[in-house]
Every structure is written in structure tokens, then in C-alpha cells.
Design a protein around this ligand. Structure first.
Ligand SMILES: Nc1ncnc2c1ncn2[C@@H]1O[C@H](COP(=O)(O)OP(=O)(O)O)[C@@H](O)[C@H]1O
Ligand SMILES: [Mg+2]
Length: 407
């Protein structure tokens, strides 16, 4: 089994997926922009060979170069995989160019274009926010009249809540129109009040063999606009809880509507105060920002290898165990510049003991990360507990009692 794996060393978790592929017996051929010497050691050990390309954003050039190198080496590629959102279409183009089975360009596009996505989901009778795709300022104004306030303006191919705004009235709309002037196409959407969850799945030919539901606290748009919060994502132990049933059923319906193939998928959905589930978005890749870590900690499974087995062999042999709720809490230092102090860590560790399973904070002296461009912020703590209320209380305590200072 020869697998072409795009960007095997970035983002950080890709080195473990590279290992997963090697664990299930695949020969892993990495393709990326980074020089081989700068790849994480674990990636390098998992790879059979690596091709460095000038730019992964140049899709046609990359396809040509890969096709040429594969032919020159006399190789037959069996799978083309990526788990990083910007490369999902490139992976599909490579499958088509190399005659490899898996999702084609036509099948992955609805996972990238949020208007196309919602139209397909609408056709399947799944509830989406009322939405209009807009390519000009006048179209945004007209759409706002149809959708009504409050509304959301967001790029049709966004990520990480970038260029995403809540708009409450016509005056504010004019400000936002100016702010999104550089975005080619946006969706104007009905603003959905409620809580936000994920539906993550490893699928074999569209059939989910592993499902995870996570809760975001607070909502991602708030995480990105309010610096002083410590954002949490919580992988939930009881994915079959009655209050989550509407979202779980929606996840299954959306996988069908979008003709999901094999691999990881990450969907987001809203639960309104009356319990109704509303679709938000879906990607044909794993969730980012260490979400895979909390899924592994919640289940004591190795989902890196589980994913690899599913895509390479069409099987999933690990028993699905659900032992914990697992929360990741991202910390943001107070002040700008370099980290000067970390307070409250020993108290958190002594109070929560073995429930804390990972601590990864920037060290004293390190420069703060840009909290708007990466949810990873200045570090994180992961903890877990079988009881959800206890897990959430511990996560909130890490939010308030663990403090980092910068200057
Ligand atoms: N229709 C909506 N109603 C309320 N909030 C929304 C809506 N659409 C997006 N948001 C907020 O903006 C965030 C980012 O939007 P999303 O569609 O998930 O794009 P991204 O690809 O940037 O994650 C969501 O997590 C949510 O907090
Ligand atoms: Mg999102």
C-alpha cells in the first residue's frame, strides 16, 4: 500500500498521522513545502520518501511535479490523503491525475465552498441558517434585507473564524462591508443563538465507524473576539445523550447528503435553546487545534492509527471505548511581549492530580503567540473526568486559576 500524504509535518499533529499510516503497513510518501531536514523527527521516521515542492498553493504545478516524479520512480500510488483543510482540493486533483480511488474534486468541493455545502445540505432537508452567497457590496446589502438582523457575514471558504462578523443593524453592516472588501465571496446568514458543538467522524465509504461530539465553550466567534477568555473544547463521553440526539442525527444525514467517502470529517452545529439542531459547516479532514488529542484522551484509543487503518484497509479494528470527557483549555497571557510568569499551575496539578493529562505552556521568556491567528494561544492544559459536570468545573478552574503574564 503506497500512500501519498500531503503536508506530513504540519500542522503539528500530522506527524502522528504519518506514524499511523506506517503502523498499518503503508509506505508513506510525503509531499510538502518544508525542506526534509526541518520535518519533525517522527515524521521523517515514518516516511519512505519525501518530495519537496516549491508551493502547495500552486495546485497545477504540484500535480505536474508529483505526476512526473511518480512516473520517473515507476511507483504506483494507492491512496492520496491529507488532513489539512487548505489541501483537500489538491489531494482530490492528485487522485484524479494519478487514477487513485477516493474522493474526486467534484465530491470534495462541497466540503470547501460553504454556499455549495449549504445548498446540498438544504436539499437533503437538513436545517441550515438562512443564507445567501454574495459577490458584491450591493449583493450583501440586498441579502441583509432578506435574511434580517442579527446576521453573520463570513467568507465562503473561511477557517478559524477569520473575517467572520456578527452584524446587528444596517449601520454596522456598512462597517463590515468595508472590513470584508478583500474577500471574493461571502455568505450572509441568519444568526443562530445557542450552543456550538462538533460532530467528528472516521468514515469508511461514508459509513461512520467512530463518532465524537465536542462542545465549544464559549462559542468560537467569541473565542476569537474576546482575548481574556480561556477557550475550551470538550470531547463528550456520552455522545448518545438525548440532548445531543438531534445533532448526531444531523451529522449522519449530512454525511449522506455530501456523499462522504473514507477518512476523517469535522462538522460543526448549533443547538438552539429549544433543542433544534442547525447545521454550521463541515470539512473533509480532522478537526484542528489539538481536537484529535482530546478525542484520544476521551476514549483511550489511538485514532491516528484508526484513521490510517480506515483509509488504507477499509477496516476499523479498535473497539470504541468511551471512558472520559476530555477538555482542552487554551491559555492567553495577560500583557504583550514575552511570557514573564506562570501562576497557579502547582495548585491546579495538586487539586486535579491524574485528571490532568497534558500541560503544554509556552516557557518563561518565549514570545506570546498571536491569539487571533491561532487558537493554540500561549499554551494549553488537557484534563479528563468520567463525569461531565466535574470535568467542566475543573476546566473552568484552569480558566480562572492558572494565569500567565507577559511584558
Ligand atoms: N449563522 C451563524 N449564526 C451564529 N454564529 C455563527 C454563524 N455562522 C458562523 N458563526 C460563528 O462564527 C464561527 C465561525 O464560522 P464557521 O462557519 O464555523 O467558519 P470557520 O470555517 O471560520 O470555522 C462559528 O463557530 C460561530 O461561532
Ligand atoms: Mg468553524
Amino acid at each position: 500500500m503506497n500512500v501519498l500524504f500531503l503536508s506530513p509535518g504540519f500542522p503539528n499533529e500530522m506527524c502522528f498521522f504519518s506514524e499511523g499510516l506506517a503502523n498499518v503497513g503503508a509506505k508513506v510518501y510525503g509531499v510538502g513545502e518544508a525542506p526534509v531536514g526541518t520535518l519533525p523527527a517522527r515524521t521523517r521516521e515514518a516516511l519512505t520518501a519525501y518530495l519537496q515542492v516549491p508551493s502547495l498553493w500552486d495546485e497545477e504545478g504540484t500535480v505536474e511535479q508529483v505526476r512526473h516524479e511518480i512516473a520517473a520512480a515507476g511507483l504506483r500510488i494507492d491512496r492520496v490523503e491529507t488532513l489539512w483543510e487548505p489541501l483537500v482540493v489538491l489531494a482530490a486533483k492528485l487522485r484524479e491525475a494519478l487514477g487513485v480511488p477516493g474522493m474526486s474534486v467534484a465530491r470534495v468541493l462541497p466540503f470547501r465552498d460553504k454556499e455549495l455545502m449549504k445548498r446540498k445540505v438544504d436539499e437533503a432537508g437538513v436545517r441550515t441558517p438562512h443564507h445567501v452567497g454574495c459577490r458584491s457590496q450591493d449583493e450583501i446589502r440586498e441579502a441583509a434585507e432578506r435574511v434580517e438582523y442579527p446576521l453573520i457575514v463570513k467568507p465562503i471558504a473561511g477557517a478559524g473564524s477569520a473575517d467572520t462578523y456578527r452584524v446587528d443593524d444596517a449601520a454596522q453592516l456598512e462597517e463590515i462591508i468595508a472590513a470584508v472588501a478583500h474577500v471574493e465571496e461571502v455568505s450572509v446568514e441568519e444568526f443562530i443563538e445557542g450552543e456550538e458543538f462538533t460532530f467528528d467522524a472516521i468514515c469508511i465509504e461514508g459509513h461512520p465507524v467512530f463518532v465524537n461530539l465536542s462542545l465549544y465553550r464559549p462559542r468560537p466567534l467569541v473565542q476569537r473576539t474576546v482575548q481574556w477568555v480561556s477557550p475550551q473544547t470538550v470531547a463528550l463521553r456520552d455522545v448518545h445523550a438525548p440532548e445531543l440526539a438531534s445533532g448526531y442525527a444531523m451529522g449522519l444525514a449530512v454525511l449522506k447528503a455530501l456523499d462522504m467517502g473514507s477518512g476523517f470529517t469535522h462538522m460543526e452545529w448549533f443547538r438552539k435553546p429549544d433543542g433544534e439542531a442547525v447545521f454550521c459547516e463541515i470539512g473533509a479532514r480532522v478537526a484542528g487545534a489539538r481536537s484529535i488529542d482530546i478525542m484520544n484522551f476521551a476514549t483511550d484509543m489511538d485514532l491516528f492509527t484508526g484513521w490510517a487503518e480506515a483509509v488504507c484497509h477499509g477496516s476499523f479494528s479498535q473497539p470504541v471505548t468511551r471512558r472520559h470527557n476530555a477538555a482542552i483549555i487554551f491559555k492567553r497571557a495577560e500583557g504583550e511581549g514575552r511570557i514573564q510568569s506562570i501562576h497557579g499551575l502547582s495548585s491546579v496539578l495538586s487539586r486535579f492530580g491524574s485528571h490532568v493529562v497534558s500541560v503544554d505552556l509556552l516557557p518563561i521568556g518565549a514570545h506570546r503567540r498571536n491569539w487571533k491567528s491561532t487558537l493554540l494561544s500561549d499554551g494549553h492544559v488537557i484534563l479528563r473526568h468520567p463525569d461531565l459536570a466535574t470535568c467542566l468545573a475543573m476546566a473552568d478552574a484552569v480558566g480562572t486559576d492558572l494565569r500567565m503574564g507577559a511584558a
